[in-house]
Each structure stands twice: as C-alpha cells, then as structure tokens.
Design a protein around this ligand. Structure first.
Ligand SMILES: [Zn+2]
Length: 158
C-alpha cells in the first residue's frame, strides 16, 4: 500500500503533462478519516473553465485505487483562489524545459508594470510578443519570440 499523499502527489496535470498537480500547487491536502480510513483529497482549481478538473478528479481516484485506497473523496475548494505563485520551483523548471514559459510571480504588487517581459523559453530573449490570448489550451497564451522567431506557450499569470 502506497501512502495516499505520495500516490496523489504523483498525478500529472492533464493539460501541462510535464508537471504534477503537487508541483502545480493545486493539491491542497490529503487526509485520512481516522474512523473510516477514507482518503479525502482537497484541490483548488487553476483557471475557471479549465475542463481539466474532471480529468484530475478521476486521475486522483484512479491513483488512490491503484495504491490500495479505493475509498476516496475529492473535494474542491475555491478559497483562497489558486495563483500561479503556487507553482513550485521544480514545477517552474519543468515547464521551462518543456518550452512553456513559467508565469512571472506576482509578488505583493497589485500594479504589474507593462514592461514586464515574458522570456523565450528557448533562447531566453525578452523580445517576445503575444500572438494569441489562447494557446494550445484555454489556460495558455500563444507567444512568439522575436529573436529566434519560435512560438511558445505561456502559462497565464493569475
Ligand atoms: Zn527565442
């Protein structure tokens, strides 16, 4: 029997594929009810309207069943809302390696300077432009690098 937290943390995000739900920061809690042994998983959705959440819920239940925990419940909490700041350093590195520009951390500033550059994940150039608000999925925007002229997906910062 695998520890439920370990089993759930290994579930891969169906949209981004290279990064687990733990690295993405949407996995909030994995608990076991002491009386029943039932595993309760709490997740926070990324983007509103992302169809991936149903897939993630099913994947979590499947991973838990395979790890010897067939009795599981997945709860969704919306507060506090997920932000791209929750993506772990490992997650950011994996996204960059996959050619997906990791979002710039928002920090505490409410005003984001317009000069904030999105760097090309291939050559690192800040000379980039947004081509389309929507990339390969609704959660990503399509950008193009003006230095190497490669298009790339940029995870929208929230
Ligand atoms: Zn480039």
């Amino acid at each position: 029997m695998t520890d439920p937290r370990t089993a759930v943390a290994a579930v891969v995000d169906p949209e981004l594929r290279v990064i687990t739900i733990d690295e993405l920061g949407i996995l909030r809690e994995v608990e076991r009810e002491p009386d029943t042994g039932r595993v309760v998983v709490t997740i926070t959705p990324t983007y509103t309207g992302c169809p991936a959440m149903d897939v993630i819920r099913a994947d979590i239940r499947r991973a838990l069943a395979a790890a010897g925990h067939p009795d599981a419940e997945v709860r969704t909490v919306y507060h506090p809302a997920w932000s791209t700041d929750w993506i772990s350093d490992t997650g950011r590195a994996k996204l960059a390696a996959a050619g997906i520009a990791p979002p710039v951390p928002r920090g505490d500033d409410t005003v984001v300077p317009l000069t904030l550059a999105v760097r090309c994940p291939r050559c690192g150039s800040p000379e980039t432009t947004q081509v389309s608000r929507f990339g390969s999925t609704a959660c990503k925007a399509l950008w193009r690098c003006r230095s190497c002229s490669e298009p790339f997906d940029h995870l929208k910062a929230l």
